[in-house]
Every structure is written in structure tokens, then in C-alpha cells.
Design a protein around this ligand. Structure first.
Ligand SMILES: O=C(O)c1ccc[n+]([C@@H]2O[C@H](COP(=O)([O-])O)[C@@H](O)[C@H]2O)c1
Ligand SMILES: Cc1cc2nc[nH]c2cc1C
Length: 348
């Protein structure tokens, strides 16, 4: 995909009439108006996106974009490249955290190798590798523009395939050592804030590691001197293939009318990237939780989205987003089977 083609992409607005229809169903149910709060609005949003008030989220999946980051060579992560390949292997075996959660939530896991460092193929993954990990942004941009655009396109294509297979609800997830550094650096650049305001401990860091991580981000912001609106340049310079792929998933959600649930900080930065690249895409996003990483709150606020869970999650892989599936199932059992005020009145 070219930069020009990306700029040309347009999204429709979700269907207002269907949103009203879902709201009318909620208001007819014998319960306090808006008693299920934000969950009622999410169901109405799903109706507006999918174009029906008969909500069916039984076929759902979490798309997990897996990639390595050259910046991991700078001691900003407690773990190295090998851990990305190991956990990706667990994901296909069904023993990673997200796999267990998805099994319990009756969701499919679609792990995409969009840029794992290990050359040897991990069987069972969707093979879409752009390169074997990005470059170290301390010295040079992480990716070329072409690589970033290709990763975005892979995300969009993955959603298109999901649409063809009948999925009606998707969640985002990712895996890749060092990706809380790429995400924090991108968040600082996109939001125009300092490294100190966005840096967190990621998958666990010593005091020295945390300090080093802050310095690496600060140094990059000084080196590359981004303007907030240079979205693609920020993505290719300090971002990652996982973030680019997820930005493509959010854009795909809007193009193919599938709601996409946002997971943690990496997904949140991808969500803001997508909205800046293709304005309007955020109407198709559903926030799930507030990651423990400090950048997450700022990113979701910038998008105007309010997460429903605040449980200090910091796992990644899409786990926080998968938590929403069973919650929505519970909410839908109320939507579908509750007594209405009409039922009650007619039995009086
Ligand atoms: O989703 C989050 O908010 C989140 C917060 C902390 C850590 N992670 C996961 O941990 C890995 C990145 O941690 P790090 O310290 O290597 O940057 C990556 O595989 C993420 O899935 C994810
Ligand atoms: C073990 C481990 C599992 C993960 N899952 C997502 N990110 C991760 C990082 C680590 C270190």
C-alpha cells in the first residue's frame, strides 16, 4: 500500500438508526434506565457497527501481532528476543496466558508473525513477517516507510479474512520484548509529552533498567524532533511492526464493519496511530482496560475512550481485551432474555 492510498481511505459512520434501536431495546427492559451503564452503550455501538440490533458475538477472535524490536538491545527490557519466540510458541501450543483465557472465553487466537527476530518459522502462526525484527532506533529509524505501510496493510488484510470467515467481534493483542519502550516513545511523540510522563516498567525492570529506558526515550525524542502530526514518521522511526500491524487491524475494523477491542498500552498507541492516519476509525474501537503503563491513560483520554476495567493489568497478548468477551456475553443475556416493561404491564 502506498502512503497516498492510505491517505485516501475513508470510513463510514456507524449506523445511527441501529444504535437507537438497540437503545430502545435496553430502555424497554424492566430495569433502571441505563442500569448497565457503559455496557449498554457498547452493545449499541456493536449494533451500529454491524448494522443490526440482533447482536451476535459468538464468533470472535483475538489477533496477536508478534514482532521484535531492535531497541531491546539497549537494556530497556528485562528479556531478550528469545522470549518473544518462546511465548509465541506457547501461544500456538495453547499454553500462553491469552490462549488459556481465549479457551475459557470461547474465542480464537490468531497469532501473526509480523516480525519475530528468530529466523526459524514458528509453526502454527500466521506467517506474515515483514522483517526479522526492526532496527535499533537509538542509531537509525526502526523501519522504512515501506515496511511500516506493509505492516499496516497486513493488519487490514487479516481483518478482511476474518470478515470472510464470519467473525463479528475482534480483539487486539501483541507480543514482543521492548514494545513498551516503542509504545512509550510513540505516545510521547504523538501526544507531545515528555519521556518521564509516559515511561513504565513494562514486563518488569530494575531501578537502573527503568532509568535507562527513560533516557533512551528522551534521547530519541531529542534526536528525531517529531511534530505531533507526523504520525507515519513517528511510527516508522520509534514504533514497531506489531504496532503498525495493529493500527492496520483498527483501520480494517472500520472498513469491514467489525468492532475491535483495544487491549493494553501497545494496542492503545496503535489505536491512536490508526485514528490519526484515518480519522473516524475510533468509532469502531471498544476500550477494555486501563493498563498499568502510564502512557495508556493519556492515550485513551486523547481518543476520548473510557476503559471498563481498571485492574492494574500489564500482561499484553490481548489478555485484557479477551476479558471483555465473557462480560459482553453476560450483558447480552440480559439484552436478549429479560422481561420488558410491556410484559410486566400486561400481566398486571
Ligand atoms: O499491554 C500492556 O499494557 C503491557 C504492559 C506491560 C508489558 N506488556 C507485555 O510485555 C512485553 C513488553 O515488555 P517490555 O518490558 O519488554 O517492554 C510485551 O510482550 C507485552 O505484551 C504489555
Ligand atoms: C514471560 C512473558 C510473557 C509475555 N507475554 C506478553 N509479554 C510477555 C513478556 C514475558 C517476559
Amino acid at each position: 500500500m502506498t502512503k497516498e492510498a492510505l491517505k485516501e481511505l475513508k470510513t463510514d459512520r456507524p449506523d445511527k438508526e441501529q444504535r437507537q434501536r438497540v437503545k430502545a431495546v435496553w430502555d424497554g427492559i424492566a430495569k433502571p434506565v441505563n442500569g448497565l451503564g457503559q455496557f449498554e452503550a457498547i452493545v449499541a455501538q456493536i449494533g451500529a457497527i454491524t448494522g443490526t440490533s440482533d447482536i451476535d458475538i459468538s464468533k470472535r477472535a483475538v489477533i496477536v501481532m508478534c514482532a521484535d524490536n531492535g531497541i531491546a538491545e539497549e537494556g530497556i527490557s528485562h528479556f531478550g528476543y528469545e522470549m518473544t519466540a518462546i511465548i509465541a510458541g506457547e501461544m500456538v501450543k495453547g499454553t500462553a496466558s491469552v490462549s488459556r483465557m481465549a479457551l475459557s472465553a470461547r474465542a480464537d487466537v490468531l497469532p501473526v508473525n509480523i516480525g519475530i527476530h528468530q529466523v526459524e518459522e514458528i509453526r502454527g502462526m500466521i506467517q506474515q513477517r515483514v522483517v526479522c525484527g526492526t532496527k535499533n532506533f537509538r542509531f537509525e529509524p526502526a523501519m522504512s516507510e515501506e515496511e511500516a505501510l506493509r505492516a499496516i496493510e497486513i493488519g487490514m488484510e487479516t481483518v478482511k479474512e476474518c470478515k470472510e470467515k464470519g467473525y463479528t467481534l475482534l480483539a487486539t493483542g501483541e507480543l514482543g520484548m521492548g514494545n513498551t519502550t516503542t509504545s512509550s516513545a510513540m505516545a510521547a511523540a504523538l501526544l507531545g509529552c515528555s519521556a518521564e510522563e509516559v515511561v513504565g516498567i513494562g514486563a518488569g525492570l530494575s531501578r537502573e533498567g527503568f532509568q535507562r529506558k527513560g533516557e533512551v526515550i528522551k534521547e530519541a525524542l531529542e534526536k528525531y524532533r517529531f511534530k505531533k502530526e507526523e504520525t507515519l514518521r513517528i511510527l516508522e522511526t520509534v514504533g514497531g511492526l506489531d504496532i503498525a500491524g495493529l493500527a492496520g487491524v483498527f483501520i480494517g475494523g472500520a472498513l469491514y464493519h467489525i468492532p475491535v477491542i483495544i487491549d493494553g498500552v501497545i494496542s492503545a498507541v496503535a489505536a491512536l496511530t490508526a485514528e490519526r492516519l484515518v480519522p473516524g476509525v475510533k468509532e469502531y474501537m471498544i476500550p477494555s482496560h486501563l493498563s498499568k503503563e502510564p502512557a495508556a491513560k493519556r492515550l485513551l483520554e486523547e481518543l476520548g475512550l473510557h476503559p471498563v476495567l481498571d485492574a492494574s493489568l500489564a500482561l499484553g497478548e490481548g489478555t485484557g481485551a479477551v476479558f471483555l468477551f465473557p462480560l459482553l456475553d453476560t450483558v447480552l443475556s440480559v439484552y436478549e432474555g429479560s422481561s420488558t416493561f410491556d410484559d410486566i404491564n400486561s400481566s398486571l
